[in-house]
Ligand binder design. Structure first.
Ligand code: F6R
Length: 241
């Protein structure tokens, strides 16, 4: 079921999302958190870093699994998602680095890496709270629009639309890796709670499919209609207002 929180602006989306992560950690200090990268959650990570710095929350017993990582990419490359997480969150909070996980962007055998990643999530007890963003083409993680979607963590080809959208983080579009390792829909749906953050008018179309109750493999975010506990935190532009 989708619950909706409409916010006035990006700052409010970030604060509300951080409050939900903070409440999850207060209720269960050893929570397993699923994290996303991209522009949308940057404000939420800044709020969480501040909360942690000021002693309101602690990640000392928490464990994290990110949705995805480019492939191939080394973890210390400037545009890797590992680097993004270190800069936006991990280096700014009290988490044990050994408890932070992203798919290995240099795995020799991506299929085995995907299986291993899902096994690690299961061994940690499953994801308690998953934070999601949405691509302008409706992707979640890097589950791109397609006729066939995949259950488990896997290596996938990025669509031209995603390569172009993400080129803003790279020197040029040519430098964007053409593939990525991503949690599959089953991995994401295994999370007990999901918060979906959407800001800006370019997210209005995929959000409209979700809110219309559609189930479209050409708009993977719409499949969240099947999850029992999703909170959409959106600004008015993403709500199409
Ligand atoms: C990132 C991820 C992607 C992004 C999506 C939106 O880990 O899984 O699905 O959430 O591409 O990106 P932004 O927030 O940059 O618009």
């Amino acid at each position: 079921m989708i619950r909706i929180l409409v916010c006035e602006d990006y700052a409010e989306v970030s604060r509300r999302a951080a409050d939900i992560v903070a409440a999850q950690l207060s209720g269960k200090p050893d929570s397993v958190l699923g994290f996303a990268t991209g522009s949308t959650p940057e404000g939420m990570y800044a709020e969480l870093a501040r909360d942690c710095g000021e002693g309101r929350i602690s990640f000392a017993r928490a464990c994290t699994f990110n949705l995805d990582e480019y492939y191939p990419i080394s973890s210390d490359a400037p545009c890797s998602y590992r680097r993004y997480m270190e800069e936006n969150l991990f280096s700014r909070i009290d988490i044990d680095p050994a408890n932070t996980h992203l798919p290995n962007g240099l795995a020799e055998d991506p299929e085995a890496e995907g299986k291993h990643y899902d096994e690690m999530i299961a061994a940690a007890g499953g994801i308690d709270l998953q934070v999601l963003g949405v691509g302008r083409n409706g992707h979640i993680g890097f589950n791109e629009p397609d006729e066939v979607l995949i259950l488990g963590t896997h290596c996938t080809k990025l669509t031209p639309s995603t390569i172009s959208a993400n080129s803003r983080f790279f020197a040029s579009e040519d430098e964007v890796p053409k593939r990525a390792m991503t949690m599959g829909l089953g991995t994401i749906f295994g999370a007990k709670h999901i918060i979906l953050l959407a800001t800006g008018a370019e997210k209005a179309e995929p959000i409209s499919h979700l809110l219309a109750g559609e189930l479209r493999t050409d708009c993977p975010v719409s499949l969240l209609n099947l999850h029992p506990d999703v909170l959409l935190i959106a600004d008015r532009a993403a709500m199409g207002e």
